[in-house]
Design a protein. Structure first.
Lengths: 104, 889
């Protein structure tokens, strides 16, 4: 089976889930992306993407009912990590040899 | 780490934004998302101020909506539910609808016969009802193209006012601000070398457009001087004629050959304008002759401001008093009596109302029957799935959820039926207009989006109504109890009673349609049983219009040439002409003077100006003397000894009681010169088919001091030929003989007779179709409910047959039950019919609306259908093999 290549926003969401660690729920993922990309991200877009990633089994969600109330907490699955690595690899391959300073 | 906010803190989140997010988020995530948004919102209020925080939340909301909607659609179609939400499943409403829709679609595709039947029956009802609704709206309710149309009214005794009467009151009709006179003017239009075409029009006094409050789209309407004697011939044309003439604005001032006269076009009316019929294409001013006493005009007036039709009694009394004082009338045509004015809408389309309403009612009943049928089918399906539903209920599905699924199934059925119904409406639209014989009024009905909107609306209403029955059944019973009884095969009454009730409703509605059809059949039968006194079979009619610039002598010659041209066609036995066809309620009366009877009270009789051979062609029987011969047509105008005339029996009876009319002399119609009676013929329905036969004089065409522009060439065909098949060659012969003659209409006397039978005849085809449909649907309903009944009691039958019950007893038991259901439906239907039958009064002829024969026949038909439909499941039940059934259980 060929590896999954993630879309740009999917990649950002996956990375945000990894950055958030054990605290990866919808709003924290959104904040992670906003903080690292310095742009506004709609919470609806984050949830829609997380659903899609979960349907593709790249993330898994569990319900965490601790002191902070009930939350859907995400973690990247092994295939999710592989997909991220693959996506990065593909990107690197594409960048290889590209010289933005060179004039055409 | 955010804390869960209290309710007062959460209220700080703009409520609309919160509602939007709540509505688009799955149930399991709602609290979390709203809490997190509220916490961040509060942080932002504290840091950046309220305005900035609000701007942020609205931006979040606006940017999230498309993503959340897409997610709902995606989750609805894929059925995705995240692992973490398994204990609290369920998405926003949109997701639920999509899932229910998919579920319903899967269930329908698994039962294609049920789905197809439901969709088709509903579609027929929806399509038919919306098509008739569209037609009725166009014909009966669309605004008329006149300013304040409710203030425009027609006078009593149409096509019988004289110019003298009009001139007497002109400008001073009590109760009216202005009144115009008009009469039909079907003119020939000659363009280049092309054969003359007929342009239907009217000739009117100059007030016409002011009365109607209509302006020309180009040029002008009539001037006050246009109807003065000697004024130049001008014409106002319709938009459609303008388009036909090239659609060029330079048409104003162009001279056309209209009615054989060079006429200047002075105005073009806007698109959609018509008067007095949608087919009218030209309006010309009638040059007023205040001494003219030819009664052929209709009066149309605009009520004085503040007046309404209801308040016209006093002005009309004033008018009739003046008429009685200044004019002499025979009692039969006394204009000073029974005066009324009627709004133009009522006058024009009022007579179409019973036909359209009856068709609409019949269609609506079909729709109701279809709804009841589908509801009963669905109920049966719900019953069949009761175990499945009970399991789902035990697993946590609420009754609301299950009801929603039923509604979505009904909506899906309804939606598909609406779409198919829209197509049926589009296809049947023109056919219905033709079948209802709306004639020129049919042109006012246009197939547009509104017909489809109505179809979809009807479909949604039907869906909701249909889902009520199974939902009701579901809510009434205790679903979970079903699990206990489902394996025992016990007889359960739930549902079957409701299903039976629906079938009773279906049968009752079918009785209404069938009995209504029975009444129509009986009326039409009675109408066809009337002897019209003439032979309509094998007679074709070609109505032609001669150019009005021909002299009377020349017109008589041209008419003779046309008759000869048709007579020599292969297959034609005989041909002749007349100025007014029988069976069309055409008037054309003239005063009668009988020689030697000066004291006879002044009265009028119908006059028919005919060529020789007309009476033979029409099959009007000779009673005494002889018919008109070719020699009678060679009348010498200079000869003062007068010509000849043939009278009918009614005239003989009225004016020559107990005498021999042959050889006596009466005036032939339009001159006071006497003509000798040479023959008496049997009465023929020269006026209407219904009602008493009128006295008629048949005078030779040349007897009148003028020859009508419109002539009806009638021809009898040889043997069993169909006259309609010869119409094309007759048209060609007429054009070849005389290109300046326009053809108004080609028809057959059978069609003229069918039209004269009236709305009952027009409705018959449609109602017959609908009756067949109602019976078919009723049969399906009875079959369905009896099948379920039999299926449920199969175990019972098995045991009883095993114990020695004879299969024929099972058969009679099931059929008896089916018949009882039908009987209850028939009784309900009869009660409803007796209560509603008076609505059909205007459509029936010579029978009571509670005609026992029509009602009896409908009862027998329904009982037969009921027994036949119950017979199939009954046979199945009687063949129950106890061994198989008991093993299955």
């Amino acid at each position: 089976m060929s590896e999954e290549t993630l879309g740009a926003f999917e990649e950002q969401v996956m990375l945000a889930v990894l950055h958030a660690g054990d605290d990866a729920f919808g709003m924290s993922v959104r904040r992670q992306i906003e903080a690292r990309t310095d742009r506004d991200v709609a919470i609806g877009a984050v949830y829609a993407t997380l659903d899609r990633l979960e349907a593709k089994k790249l993330v898994a969600s569990t319900r965490d009912t601790s002191s902070t109330g009930s939350r859907r907490v995400f973690r990247a699955t092994a295939s999710g990590r592989r997909a991220l690595a693959h996506t990065r690899e593909v990107r690197d391959r594409l960048w290889r040899g590209v010289d933005l300073a060179a004039r055409t | 780490m955010p804390n869960s906010p209290t309710s007062s803190e959460r209220s700080s989140l703009p409520s609309i934004a919160a509602a939007v997010v709540r509505a688009l988020t799955p149930r399991a995530e709602r609290e979390e998302v709203l809490s997190e948004l509220t916490v961040e919102f509060r942080e932002r209020v504290a840091c950046d101020g309220s305005a900035s925080a609000r701007l942020w939340i609205w931006r979040q909301c606006a940017q999230s909506v498309p993503h959340l909607v897409r997610r709902s659609v995606w989750r609805g179609t894929t059925g995705f539910e995240p692992q973490s939400s398994r204990m609290n499943p369920g998405g926003p409403a949109l997701e639920q609808w999509i899932m229910d829709g998919r579920h319903a679609f899967r269930r329908l595709t698994r039962r294609p016969r049920y789905a197809l039947l439901s969709i088709l029956t509903l579609a027929l009802g929806i399509g038919g009802t919306s098509a008739v609704f569209g037609i009725a709206r166009g014909v009966l309710f669309d605004p008329l193209p006149y300013k304040n149309a409710e203030g425009v009214a027609l006078f009593w005794q149409q096509y019988s006012w004289t110019q003298k009467e009009f001139a007497f009151f002109r400008g001073a009709f009590p109760g009216f601000s202005s009144v115009a006179q008009y009469t039909d003017y079907d003119a020939t239009l000659e363009l280049g070398d092309a054969p003359a075409q007929l342009v239907p029009g009217i000739s009117a006094s100059s007030e016409l457009f002011a009365v109607l409050g209509a302006q020309a789209a180009m040029g002008r309407t009539f001037n006050a001087t246009d109807d003065v004697r000697g004024a130049a011939a001008v014409a106002v044309i319709s938009h459609s004629l303008w388009v036909e003439l090239g659609g060029d604005p330079s048409v104003l001032g162009r001279r056309i050959q209209l009615g054989g006269k060079p006429t200047t076009i002075v105005g073009v009316m806007p698109k959609g304008f018509w008067f007095p019929a949608p087919t009218t294409r030209v309006w010309i001013p009638e040059q007023l002759d205040p001494t003219e006493q030819n009664g052929k005009f209709t009066l149309v007036g605009r009520l004085a401001s503040g007046n309404t039709i209801d308040r016209m009694a006093a002005p009309l009394a004033q008018l009739t008093a003046a008429l009685g004082k200044n004019f002499q009338y025979t009692p039969q045509f006394d204009k000073s009596k029974n005066a009324w004015v009627k709004s133009v809408r009522e006058s024009f389309v009022g007579p179409l109302r019973p036909t359209l309403y009856a068709t609409f009612a019949a269609m609506a009943m079909i729709l109701l029957i279809a709804c009841a049928n589908v509801a009963a089918l669905m109920l049966g399906q719900v019953e069949g799935r009761s175990s499945e539903l009970a399991v789902r209920s035990a697993l946590g599905a609420t009754q609301g959820r299950i009801s929603m699924q039923l509604l979505s199934e009904a909506l899906l059925l309804g939606g598909l039926a609406g779409a198919v119904g829209g197509v049926i409406a589009a296809i049947s639209f023109r056919w219905l207009i033709a079948a209802l014989a709306l004639g020129e009024w049919g042109n006012n009905a246009v197939l547009d989006w509104r017909v489809f909107a109505i179809a979809m609306f009807a479909a949604i209403v039907c869906s909701v109504v249909i889902s009520l029955a199974p939902t009701f059944s579901l809510w009434r019973g205790r679903l979970r109890d079903v699990i206990g009884s489902s394996r025992t095969g016990g007889v359960r009454g739930r549902g079957i009673r409701l299903e039976s009730a629906l079938v009773v409703v279906e049968v009752a509605l079918a009785v209404l349609v069938t009995a209504g059809a029975g009444l129509l059949v009986r009326s039409v039968d009675k109408l066809y049983a009337i002897n019209p006194g003439l032979e309509t079979k094998g007679v074709g009619v070609l109505s032609v219009v001669l150019p009005s610039d021909l002299s009377d002598v020349r017109r008589a010659q041209v008419t003779g040439q046309l008759i000869d041209a048709v007579r020599v066609l292969p297959g034609v036995k005989n041909a002749a002409t007349v100025q007014m066809l029988p069976l069309r309620a055409s008037a054309w009366n003239a005063g009668i003077v009988v020689e030697g009877k000066p004291d006879l009270p002044g009265s009028t009789t119908l006059v028919r100006l005919v060529s020789d051979g007309y009476l033979e062609t029409m099959g009007i029987a000779l009673r005494q003397g002889r018919l008109l011969s070719a020699a009678d047509m060679m009348y010498d105008f200079a000869d003062s000894s007068g010509g000849v005339v043939v009278i009918n029996e009614s005239l003989a009876k009225k004016y020559f009681p107990g005498e021999n009319p042959l050889g006596r002399r009466v005036n032939s119609g339009f001159s006071r010169k006497f003509a000798r009676i040479v023959g008496v013929v049997g009465d023929a329905a020269e006026g209407e088919l219904r009602g008493p036969m009128a006295p008629v004089r048949y005078a030779p065409l040349v007897e009148a001091p003028f020859v009508n522009s419109t002539q009806h060439i009638v021809f009898k065909v040889k043997g069993d030929l169909r006259p309609s098949a010869l119409l094309a060659s007759a048209r060609a012969a007429v054009h070849a003989t005389q290109p300046r003659v326009a053809i108004q209409e080609g028809t057959t006397m059978d069609q003229v007779l069918a039209r004269s039978v009236g709305p009952a005849r027009q409705l018959l085809t449609i109602v017959a179709l609908l009756t067949a449909l109602a019976l078919f649907l009723g049969a399906i309903g009875i079959y369905g409910v009896m099948s379920h009944f039999v299926a449920r009691r199969q175990r019972d039958w098995g045991i009883r047959i095993a114990l020695g019950l004879r299969p024929v007893r099972v058969l009679s038991g099931v059929v008896g039950r089916g018949t009882r259901l039908v009987a209850v439906g028939v009784v309900c239907g009869l009660v409803a019919f007796v209560l509603l039958a008076h609505l059909m009064r205007s459509l029936v002829y010579e029978i009571q609306t509670t005609d026992p024969l029509a009602i009896g026949a409908s009862i027998i038909v329904l009982l037969l259908v009921g027994v036949a439909a119950a017979m199939i499941p009954a046979l199945r039940a009687s063949r129950t093999d106890p061994a198989i059934v008991l093993r299955e259980q």
